[in-house]
Unconditional design. Sequence first.
Length: 115
Amino acid sequence: VQLQASGGGLVQAGGSLRLSCAASGSVFRVNNEGWYREAPGKQRELVAGITSGGITNYADSVKGRFTISRDNAKVYLQMNSLKPEDTAVYYCAATDRFTTSWDYWGQGTQVTVSS
């Protein structure tokens, strides 16, 4: 399975961005999907996740501002009311339906929010 993320960029505080992630290859192995982020000097954290059944979960810091969705072999992260502290490299990831581990990762896309 290969994941290709896109949609990052530079935006002012209060603005919006939409990240996309396309899966290819053995997509039948993909189960849950999610978006992680890693800011300089911080650990990588799960921002939002979505199960194969469409159940979503969010980090407290993004609840009400970010929305994760999926459509066939793509997963999206709509980010509204962005804050400078949302600045990070964002990674899409997916779990394998047989191992339940976050086995698949995209290459990362930079999101920078200016104040």
